[in-house]
Design a binder for this molecule. Structure first.
Ligand SMILES: Nc1ncnc2c1ncn2[C@@H]1O[C@H](COP(=O)(O)OP(=O)(O)OP(=O)(O)O)[C@@H](O)[C@H]1O
Ligand SMILES: [Mg+2]
Length: 187
């Protein structure tokens, strides 16, 4: 995970990334696991790191970190975007801050695409790096809008399993929608 962190962040040394989104072509490819551990690895370097659970369809960041979170991004999206007071700090990882998904609905999923840019503009002023766990690219509209709001996208795939065509389709869709890609990681 530290190698992944370094290969992503050091390769962009000239233009430091302030925000990253983690996605994949299809569900269950390891997005949340990578997003959580990348955030921990970044925080361990004494960088103030915000991890946002932007997968409002299948949120999982809070479970992986052992957090109970009934309010979060979804609540903020529904109630006028005061997201800062929904941020929590997991015990044992100094520098790591988490904006959990909270209780979401279909409407929240529609709102995140349009609102992420504004949230990131505020968050990037306060944190060294913002990492967003996102829904899979294929089949959902909001990750494409989210990709356009972040500095880079990390695509996760399962080595030996993920369909090559699905990855190609996801990457070409992403390039069309957002125009950038940081790299692909195999689970
Ligand atoms: N590197 C890995 N090696 C083995 N198993 C893994 C790895 N990364 C994740 N897993 C397992 O794969 C499953 C899916 O992982 P995860 O929840 O991170 O995927 P996801 O892409 O976020 O899924 P979803 O689409 O549901 O959000 C989990 O059971 C997780 O423990
Ligand atoms: Mg997930």
């Amino acid at each position: 995970m530290r190698t992944l962190r370094n290969s992503i962040l050091l390769s962009t040394f000239d233009h430091p990334l302030k925000s990253l989104m983690v996605s994949s072509a299809s569900p269950s490819e390891g997005k949340t696991t990578i997003a959580v551990h990348l955030a921990i690895a970044h925080a361990q370097q004494k960088h103030k790191t915000l991890l946002i659970d932007g997968d409002l369809r299948r949120p999982g960041v809070h479970t992986k970190l052992g957090l109970t979170a009934t309010t979060g991004l979804a609540t903020a999206l529904m109630n006028g975007l005061c997201w800062q007071d929904k941020v929590i700090q997991p015990a044992g990882v100094p520098g790591l801050y988490v904006l959990p998904a909270g209780l979401s609905s279909r409407r929240c999923s529609e709102l995140i695409g349009a609102n992420l840019k504004q949230i990131l503009a505020q968050a990037e002023a306060e944190y060294d790096l913002v990492i967003v766990d996102a829904p899979p690219i294929l089949g959902f509209p909001e990750p494409l809008q989210m990709a356009a709001a972040v500095d880079g996208v990390v695509m996760v795939a399962v080595a030996g399993e993920t369909n090559r065509k699905a990855i190609e389709l996801a990457l070409s869709t992403l390039r069309r929608a957002a125009g950038q890609r940081v790299g692909a990681g195999a689970e």
